[in-house]
Design a protein around this ligand. Structure first.
Ligand code: T4K
Length: 401
């Protein structure tokens, strides 16, 4: 039998994986398909500004998502910024702090103050029962964030916003292709934003889109993202160059063609994680909540240090040594970022669930570049780490002296 120190790369043993296993979807189509798409761009000699691939992508997304308008943009962050402007938000907008920092920064860009809400401890989605305590006369809207391939009960939020005359929109960067109550995410609230970053299940390398069923909003959005026939930049308060290029659209079209294959691969890998992690004490896999169909874009677990035997950060170190790029997600929580600790210090210690999750959540690899064997091997490393946690904790403490 191997000595413990011969079982872990962090102690000097050979790593389980020769190559890095990344977190994030990282879809790469075959070179032949990519080449054929790029050839068209070269033949047409047309790189950007409402080109044929962009138009085709918007049409296909409208059909796929069942929405009237899809406006593709250079990334999800620009989509959020444009949304805040197009919705004419003012004063304050409520959103969860347990999200990517761009969700909040887009509000500041539009001159709106973010109001941070805590999340539900079991689903990680915005805690709707905490909204009443935050909504005052200056609040004009709510940004729901659909996390982890799940949803934050968009129908309940729609009712809540309607009853109080608030604008409602969604950051759905994690929820492309998901359905709530059988209806595709994308058509809830006034509008929804998706990210098509390389690490998302629909990839344009960088990219995103804003979806709406409202004609006026769609016009405003298209005029904020320049190059839309007939609308001049003077029609809007702020103009951003948020155009998606033909090269981005080419990848997104291929990714959309392969979406169901990639979604199913994610679903299969997620179920292996579910089965293999369920018997390990102190690690809780978060299942996509509030959806009838998930893209299984993320594998996020909470690590209960006492029951697991080591902290989330120590487990990340152990996995990294084995070439598994697990990471803290989200960390440190927007309200605890340097920027917001300075500008909105009153939120420190006011969001206990968010603080707990920021200290305990780990993101594990899933996506097109990951296979069942890799997931099995990752779960075995975690299982082994749990069984040898006392040894590993002492080893890590010693190596930091
Ligand atoms: N709202 C929410 C809820 C979001 O999560 C995000 C973005 C947004 C809005 C804004 O959407 P975008 O403006 O990004 O479209 C990543 C992504 O940049 C970002 O899309 C994502 N969410 C955010 C949470 O994470 P990074 O900087 O942490 O990713 P990065 O570069 O560290 O990549 C992750 C892993 O993948 C690394 O191990 C490296 C590897 N990798 C990455 C890329 C891009 C590769 O091996 N190859 C690659 O090409 O931000």
């Amino acid at each position: 039998m191997k000595a413990i120190n011969e079982s872990f790369a962090i102690c000097g043993a050979e790593a389980v994986f020769n190559e890095t296993i990344p977190v994030g979807q990282l879809y790469f189509p075959s070179w032949e398909r990519y080449e054929a798409s790029m050839r068209g761009i070269f033949e047409r000699q047309y790189y950007t500004n409402n080109g044929p691939l962009l138009t085709k992508l918007e049409d296909k997304l409208q059909e796929f998502l069942g929405v009237k308008h899809v406006i593709c943009v250079t990334n999800g962050t620009f989509g959020l910024m444009m949304a805040a402007e197009a919705l004419e938000l003012s004063g304050k907008v409520v959103l969860p702090s347990f999200t990517f920092i761009a969700s909040a920064q887009s509000l500041n860009w539009a001159g709106v103050e973010p109001v941070f809400c805590d999340v539900d401890p079991s689903t990680h989605q915005i805690a709707i029962d905490r909204l009443d305590a935050l909504v005052d006369d200056r609040v004009t809207g709510i940004m729901g964030v659909n996390l982890w391939g799940g949803a934050c009960d968009p129908e309940e939020l729609e009712q809540y916003a309607k009853d109080r005359g608030l604008k409602l929109y969604f950051d759905s960067a994690h929820a492309f292709g998901c359905e709530a109550n059988g209806k595709k995410i994308g058509g809830f609230g006034s509008l929804e934003i998706f990210s098509f970053h390389a690490t998302k299940v629909l990839s344009a390398t960088e990219g995103g889109c804003v979806c709406t069923n409202d004609d006026d909003l769609a016009n405003r959005l298209r005029s904020i993202r320049p190059s839309y026939g007939g609308v001049t930049p003077t029609d809007v308060v702020k103009v951003a160059n948020a155009r998606m290029s033909e090269a981005q659209a080419a990848i997104a079209l291929l990714s959309l063609e392969d979406f169901e294959v990639n979604r199913k691969n994610n679903e299969k890998l997620f179920s292996i994680y579910d089965e293999m992690l369920s018997s390990i004490p102190g690690i809780k896999l978060i299942k996509p909540a509030g959806v009838t169909l998930s893209n299984y874009q993320y594998v996020v677990c909470e690590i209960d240090e006492e029951n697991f035997g080591m902290s989330r950060d120590s487990l990340i170190e152990v996995l990294k040594a084995e070439n598994v790029m697990a990471r803290r997600y989200f960390y440190p929580g927007i309200h605890n970022s340097v920027e917001y600790r300075k500008s909105l210090p009153d939120y420190a210690d006011s969001l206990p669930i968010t603080d707990y999750l920021c200290g305990t959540c780990i993101q594990l690899p899933i996506g097109a570049m990951v296979d069942s064997n890799s997931v099995g091997a990752i779960c075995e490393i975690i299982d082994k780490a749990n069984h040898n946690s006392d040894y590993l904790q002492s080893f890590l403490a010693e190596s930091k002296r």
